[in-house]
Design a protein around this ligand. Structure first.
Ligand code: SF4
Ligand code: SF4
Length: 319
């Protein structure tokens, strides 16, 4: 490609026009974090998330999941870091990001084909398949891995979704983000109510409230139930306390990520009471196209019962 600067400007315009807030390009190869990921799996920190362990061989080289692909356009889309904290993690208050992001990434394909003057082979990934998107995002210059394991962008914080469009085209790449801007800060590690970080940048999912309230099926052990407090679905604490979010989090531009009426502005007691009373039909209707469906009705009601139990134990006036 001869007009690299011009391409970069047009790619940014196209990506921002589609609603993405970050964009960069990386060459596919062996991820820098693949050993770290293997050690994480070996330690059992993924818990019951068996899908994490699948596709290890494909994950060892980002060129493998989609043969023929050589580069990736990596994007980020903000999801409301300026929203107030509450009983539902910010990412799950609006529509399911997988659908929204995949559709937008697909919209880049005809644009890129026109730009190059040829048909291209491309595939979007959004938290799907054996592709380490966070690793690609760092390589594409979007940010660094915080001690809370999130990718942090120095101008926008970490409240954004990541996605990648892998392509069979040698695009001009961005410089990787090599700096570690966490410095001596340990706020995320200190704030975690369940001490889910055995070390900086290592998350033991089996101690994380997001894991228990979203991924786990069945009963939650008593010690963890108490630590869940008022959190009905997911947990944002280790992101909320991060100074990069405190200073630089920006609102989402995406209407699909705005909190739905069924959850917006409601406190833990109100939501938990509503959720506990839900039948299957109401649940499906309320959360169609929402990430909350991942917990299934059983999980949502289980979480609601725990939160109500915890609220009963709290001294009056603290909830
Ligand atoms: S999401 Fe919550 S429970 Fe999980 S590591 Fe972060 S602060 Fe801890
Ligand atoms: S809270 Fe501090 S240590 Fe944690 S990710 Fe943010 S800057 Fe890094």
């Amino acid at each position: 490609m001869t007009d690299e600067a011009g391409f970069r400007t047009r790619l940014e315009a196209q990506a921002y026009g589609l609603g993405f807030d970050l964009v960069g390009v990386a060459a596919l190869g062996v991820p820098g974090t693949v050993d770290h990921f293997d050690r994480w799996l070996e330690a059992g920190y993924h818990g019951e998330m068996a899908y994490m362990a699948r596709g290890a061989e494909l994950r060892r080289d980002a060129r493998r999941p989609h043969p023929g692909a050589t580069h990736a356009i990596v994007v980020g889309m903000r999801y409301g870091g300026t929203e107030p904290s509450g009983p539902i993690a910010r990412y799950a208050r609006g529509d399911d990001y997988h659908d929204v992001m995949r559709e937008r990434l697909r919209a880049l394909i005809p644009w890129l084909a026109t730009e190059l003057g040829r048909a291209i082979d491309a595939r979007p990934y959004v938290d799907s398949g054996p592709l380490l998107e966070r690793d690609l995002a760092r390589r594409a210059g979007l940010g660094w891995f915080g001690k809370n394991t999130m990718l942090i962008n120095p101008r926008q914080g970490s409240f954004f979704f990541l996605g990648a469009l892998v392509v069979d085209v040698a695009l001009p790449i961005d410089a990787p983000f090599d700096a570690d801007r966490c410095g001596s800060c340990t706020r995320c590690l200190d704030a975690c109510p369940t001490q889910a970080f055995p070390a900086p940048r290592v998350l033991d999912a089996t101690r994380c409230i997001s894991y228990w309230t979203i991924e786990h099926r069945g009963e939650i052990p008593a010690p963890m139930r108490a630590l869940i407090g008022e959190l009905l679905f997911g947990c944002d604490i280790c992101q909320e306390v991060c100074p990069w979010n405190v200073r630089f989090a920006m609102p989402s531009r995406e209407p699909a990520f705005a909190p739905r009426a069924a959850v917006a502005g409601k406190d833990a007691r109100t939501l938990a009471t509503e959720w506990l009373a839900m039948d299957e039909a109401t649940y499906r209707e309320t959360f169609r196209g929402s990430a909350i469906t991942r917990a299934k009705l059983e999980g949502v009601r289980r979480n609601a019962a725990i939160v109500l139990e915890n609220l009963e134990r709290m001294p009056a006036g603290s909830a």
